[in-house]
Design a binder for this molecule. Structure first.
Ligand code: PLP
Length: 418
């Protein structure tokens, strides 16, 4: 296992201090910091290439070349077969509203959409509203309260021959559970339904292979994986081709362009491409193989980087969970069995007797430790666990640039509070 916190040097924001002490960024599930190369790509685009697409002059041509490679970079990151399967948009929520509208064209009253109580509301509300508008019926998959995992027996019960769409998260942004996406996709396909996967929370934590998953759609957001505020949607090419998009007449009728409405956030997309390049170089090549680098594809390098991230983060999860369990009156919501770290990302949420989540977040915030509190739009989870009226949970969300020392600092502050 490589100590990936050596990559901190690439992130200027991590040098911030508060009252003379380094700031600890544990708010990463809400948005990660960016490496310098992402910022350079954003400003480099604006300085050198800033133009609308399709023009007959140098900046527009350079801009179009960047856009093309950015689609390819995301295809490499997600394991898509073609750059044309990658749609850029404002964010995951907007892309999901847009594609769900297009999918609505194939729904009839009485058709069913399956959603889960573990999901962020961005993978629930678009489907509730679509059902409202089309007469489709929404079926909810429950969670197992004891470890905040999906109730797979209930999943079996909710899916039927009437199911047309199954919407599921890859990992929970509230409690960190990684879902068995491959099995869920198989269950959806067995009844002829499409599988729509929200990978926003999973993307910064592990490798993704859309072809191996065989999912029909998968969405993520670059600002959660060290890039700028840009949303990314993968869709199988034949599906994107068949669906009719809500678009203006002069815009290209082919995927992905027909779903990329209006002028995109080009500088953000340049930064997104740089974020993928960052992930591709994270797993340092041993000196002996360095001269082979050009022969190793970007896809392989991203996979190596994400696999290294996944391994490194398990040490963070283990320290965080075992340390939190020592704090008197503290309850972790989610998987705590250290033998099951493969089933969770290091996003760990808790409640502490005698203190509201907001009080704890404020207390830590005053000490330069940034954590989130509330429901983080995972409304259904909080409602199911009965935590909505009491302010949800405190969420600690390390990523690969965090360290065990930072976790120890958090634990020390919580000990003093409890
Ligand atoms: C799991 C998950 N899904 C969806 C979203 C929404 O993403 P976006 O802000 O890109 O719309 C978030 C944002 O926090 C999230 O954590």
């Amino acid at each position: 296992m490589v100590d990936l916190s050596q990559n901190r040097k690439y992130f200027p924001a991590l040098n911030q201090t508060q009252d003379g002490k380094p700031v600890v960024f544990f708010d990463n599930p809400g948005g990660t910091q960016c490496p310098q190369m992402v910022m350079d790509a954003v400003s480099g685009y604006l300085v050198n290439d800033n133009a609308n697409h399709g023009g007959a002059f140098a900046t527009s041509r350079r801009s179009d070349a960047m856009l093309h490679d950015a689609h390819q970079a995301m295809a490499d990151m997600l394991g898509a077969a073609s750059a044309d399967e990658i749609v850029f948009g404002a964010n995951m929520t907007t892309l999901t509203f847009s594609v769900s509208r297009a999918l609505g064209q194939m729904l009839s009253p009485g058709d069913e959409i399956v959603v889960t109580r573990l999901d962020h509301d961005a993978n629930i509300s678009p489907w509730l509203l679509l059902a409202h508008d089309t007469g489709a019926v929404v079926r909810w998959v429950d969670i197992r309260k004891e470890d905040c995992t999906l109730d797979m027996a209930d999943f079996e019960r909710q899916i039927s021959s009437k199911t047309k769409i199954v919407a599921t998260g890859y990992a929970s942004n509230a409690v960190g559970t990684i879902n068995d996406v491959k099995t869920i996709v198989e269950m959806a396909h067995a009844v002829g339904a499409l599988a729509y996967i929200d990978a926003v929370q999973y993307a910064p934590h592990g490798p993704i292979d859309v072809q191996a998953l065989d999912c029909d759609f998968l969405v993520c957001s670059a600002y959660k994986f060290f890039g700028p505020h840009v949303g990314v949607l993968y869709g199988k090419l034949d599906l994107l081709d068949r669906l009719s998009a809500y678009k203006v007449r002069p815009a290209d009728d082919r995927p992905p362009y027909k779903f990329e409405t209006g002028t995109l956030n080009h500088e953000g997309i340049a930064g997104t491409r740089a974020a993928v390049e960052y992930l591709a170089q994270i797993s340092a090549q041993p000196a002996s193989t360095r001269n082979l680098k050009s022969q190793i594809s970007r896809r392989e390098r991203v996979m190596a980087g994400m696999t290294a991230i996944k391994e490194y983060e398990k040490t963070l999860s283990a320290r965080l969970i075992s340390g939190l369990q020592q704090v008197k009156g503290l309850k972790i919501w989610g998987i705590t069995d250290l033998a099951q770290l493969d089933r969770r990302v290091p996003t760990v949420s808790f409640t502490l007797e005698g203190h509201s989540p907001r009080e704890i977040a404020e207390y830590l915030g005053r000490r330069g430790i940034f954590v989130w509190d509330g429901n983080y739009y995972a409304l259904a989870v909080m409602e199911r666990l009965g935590l909505e009226p009491t302010g949800g949970m405190v969420r600690v969300g390390p990523v690969h640039y965090n360290t065990v020392e930072e976790i120890n600092r958090l634990l020390g502050e919580l000990e003093s509070l409890s």
